[in-house]
Design a protein around this ligand. Structure first.
Ligand SMILES: Nc1ncnc2c1ncn2[C@@H]1O[C@H](COP(=O)(O)OP(=O)(O)OP(=O)(O)O)[C@@H](O)[C@H]1O
Ligand SMILES: [Zn+2]
Length: 726
């Protein structure tokens, strides 16, 4: 009799012991009874023989796999995840596995129709006048191919001719795995000669074996992608797989095409818009070692690899790597654990490192590679502050910026105007009584959207018609306050009627294709004026943009979020990086009411590298991450007192159990957005200079917290290494 530890899909923070006739491999799926249900679980390992064998330990009912769906490395990663993020194993596996695997469905590819050579031999010379048929027959004879693939290569007529001649037949079966299939087509296309720093980086990364983490800190346009391309060349040639993570909106067809074109291999692509079947297919192919290269967003970090060679996290500072619900994991941190478990190198690339990664590099825990020059002779963007105090400002545009814009437009170049707010205006108010139209579920002003003619709440997405009169005093004198992209677009159309313009925000470019078309049109120079939000700031290559204007950066200087200045530094630097990427030099102007602010001055004059190092010393002085560890417990409820009360009880419980070396507890504090969708939001912030005692305190407190009667009444969650305090 064997006792087995099984992770089952329930929200409890523990695994369960079952009995099996035989020993079971770690990572196989099993059907187990749970209460009066039957669930699909994953074998985590052998369990200790229970001390009290009289407790009713149930039998495993069915073993679903002959080989594990999760390799031992991935099982260890899962265990790390549920311990580190204090989550239930069930929820962790839910996050890690494709839906169809979780549901206990059959793994492996579906049956396919193959075209195979028949026993009949072609008569000599019979295909001489049909070269297409000859070549098709040749393909079929040399390699088993599916009908699907062959009909992409040959016309239906060619295939049916061969069938009629009795030279080929159809056969249906499940394809066996074709490990390292990419080696059949792998070829290296023409590539630029790396500059000195690129060459050093490529050499350093190519010479590592086993586990290591390297921070590749390369200014925007310095050719980091080229470094990845040249580094993974030898890895792919050696039959090893490479997994590349990119930010949510950095995964464009151009990115994928760049890798495909360089290597002439299939690239497995994983993003949130795939359906379950597509996702399972890539997952399975990667697991069978058929795909050499997989590029994906956050959750692609869970892709199994049969021949792991290297992990790359591009734009490692990007916020989209942190999941903000369920298991709130950070894909970059997970990549470090994954690389360690797989014993392979990890590359973290960015122009604007997160303070976490920078700190690790400066402390010598990560190798530090730098690219300080732009590639191909492009020069760095010049940055300037525009003091807009006492200036006339119209729709967010100060008088002083207009001649600068005109100069660039007259030279035929493109100008990018950045404003981080979509819609026409962030508020609608009554000019008579001052009443502001607001969403009652979130207690926040509605944003005015002129294009759709609605008011929209940006916190819950709720909409309503734009009222003709004030709800409070019935005056018809309703005015907007503040500026959004739509308003800037309208104003620019008046100011520069000859410059074709395009707006790029999530309203204007819904869907992946729309964004793609717009980006292509920009690079075809269909537009001269680009007005956009965050979407424009990341990774895109705009060779004709020579001027970037940031309409407002003052908000971030006075934010309640201690990461606001780091984020501002990253945003401004990435935006500056969109200008002057080709032969023409670029410049950037930041409109501000605070031209003497030391933060802005440091960023403008000394660049992000200096700015970030200075931020690190500030964080150290304030005992904030990465010089301390944090965990947040959040709670939401329809009544503010309920959420607040629950967190107070959490605080007391932590205080009770963490007698030795306890964490500092701040709160309960209201979230930066106090109310959302009718629920009040509070948080309890735990901070400790050391990670281990912080986690230990929470681990000890969680059973007591979960048992609180309030725990069943409020919506609460644990967020380890929080990045978002909204
Ligand atoms: N050694 C080189 N010689 C000539 N051109 C190069 C070289 N390396 C890269 N390039 C070109 O320079 C441009 C920028 O390179 P790449 O996209 O790799 O930079 P990046 O650092 O990833 O950019 P970013 O972080 O700003 O998105 C590309 O057009 C690329 O083809
Ligand atoms: Zn709302």
């Amino acid at each position: 009799m064997h006792f087995i530890d099984v992770a089952v899909p329930v929200p409890l923070r523990r695994t369960f012991t079952y009995r099996a006739e035989t020993e079971l491999q770690t990572g196989v799926r099993v059907r187990v009874p749970f209460g009066n249900r039957q669930l699909t679980g994953i074998v985590i390992g052998a369990a200790a023989t229970p001390r009290d064998t009289s407790v009713n330990i149930k039998d495993i009912e069915e073993i679903l796999d002959t080989s594990p769906v999760l390799a031992p490395v991935m099982v260890r990663l899962a265990q790390w995840l549920w311990q580190y993020y204090h989550h239930s194993p069930g929820e962790v596996l839910h996050t890690m596995l494709p839906v169809k695997i979780r549901k206990g469905e059959k793994t492996g590819p579906d049956e396919e129709t193959y075209l195979v050579p028949s026993a009949m031999q072609a008569e000599k010379g019979s295909l001489e006048r049909a070269p297409k048929q000859q070549s098709c027959l040749h393909d079929i004879q040399t390699r088993a191919e599916t009908k699907r693939v062959l009909t992409q290569r040959y016309s239906a007529a060619v295939i049916s001719a061969l069938k009629e001649k009795g030279l080929i037949t159809e056969s249906r079966h499940t394809p066996g795995p074709q490990p390292q299939r990419w080696l059949d087509t792998l070829a290296i296309a023409e590539k630029p000669v790396p500059d000195k720093e690129q060459a050093v980086a490529v050499a350093a990364l190519t010479n590592t074996s086993g586990f290591s983490v390297s921070l590749l800190e390369g200014v925007t346009g310095s050719g980091k992608t080229e470094v990845y391309l040249q580094t993974i060349e030898s890895i792919l040639k050696n039959g090893r797989q490479v997994l590349i993570l990119v930010p949510e909106i950095g995964l464009t067809p151009q990115t994928v095409a760049r890798f495909q074109e360089r290597f002439s291999i299939d690239v497995g692509v994983l993003h949130s818009q795939l359906n379950d079947r597509q996702r399972l297919r890539v997952w399975q192919q990667a697991k069978d070692g058929e795909l050499g290269l997989i590029i994906g967003t956050r959750s692609a970090i869970f892709t199994p690899l049969k021949f792991p060679g290297m992990l790359i996290v591009d734009e490692e500072h990007d916020e989209s790597y942190k999941q903000q619900d369920g298991v709130r994991y950070h894909a970059r941190d997970l990549a470090v654990m994954r690389a360690k478990e797989e014993n392979i190198p990890l590359v973290l690339g960015t122009a604007t490192p997160s303070l976490e990664s920078l700190n690790n590099a400066l402390a010598g825990r990560y190798a530090h590679l730098t690219l300080s020059q732009r590639a191909g002779g492009a020069s760095a963007t010049n940055m300037h502050l525009l003091d807009i105090r006492d200036q006339v400002v119209n729709a967010g545009l100060a008088d002083g910026i207009l001649p600068v814009m005109r100069r660039h437009l007259e030279q035929g170049n493109q100008v990018l105007v950045f404003i981080n707010r979509r819609g026409f205006a962030p508020a609608l108010l009554c000019h008579h009584c001052g009443y502001t139209m607001h969403c009652s579920r979130c207690d926040r002003p509605y944003t005015v959207h002129r294009a759709q003619n609605v008011l929209q709440c940006h916190h819950c997405a709720g909409t309503r018609a734009i009222p003709k009169q004030c709800e409070q005093c019935h005056s018809q004198d309703m005015v907007t306050a503040g500026v959004g992209t739509e308003q800037v677009e309208g104003a620019l159309a008046h100011l520069f009627p000859d410059a074709p313009q395009v707006r790029i925000d999530s309203d204007a470019v819904r869907g992946k294709d729309k964004l793609q078309h717009t980006l292509n049109a920009i690079n075809r120079r269909d537009y001269q004026l680009l007005i956009g939000t965050q979407i424009l700031s990341k990774g895109h290559h705009f060779p004709h943009v020579t001027l970037v204007v940031v309409l407002d950066c003052d908000g971030a200087l006075f934010s309640g979020d201690f990461r606001a200045s780091e984020k501002l530094g990253q945003l401004v630097t990435q935006l500056a990086g969109r200008a002057g990427r080709a032969s023409k030099p670029g410049e950037m102007w930041l409109q501000t009411h605070n031209p003497d602010h030391p933060l802005l001055l440091d960023l403008i004059h000394n660049g992000y590298a200096h700015f970030a190092r200075h931020e690190l010393t500030e964080r150290k002085a304030a005992l904030l991450p990465p010089h301390a560890s944090q965990i947040v417990i959040r709670a939401e409820a329809g009544e503010a007192g309920q959420a607040f009360g629950f967190l107070n009880q959490c605080k007391a419980e932590i205080h009770r159990v963490a007698t030795h070396n306890p964490p500092a507890q701040a709160g309960p504090l209201p979230g930066l957005i106090e109310k959302r969708q009718g629920r009040y939001r509070f948080m309890l912030v735990l901070t400790h200079a050391k990670r281990a005692p912080l986690h230990e305190a929470l681990r000890l407190a969680l059973p007591g917290i979960s048992a609180l009667p309030e725990a069943g009444r409020v919506r609460w969650s644990v967020d380890v290494d929080p990045t978002d305090f909204s």
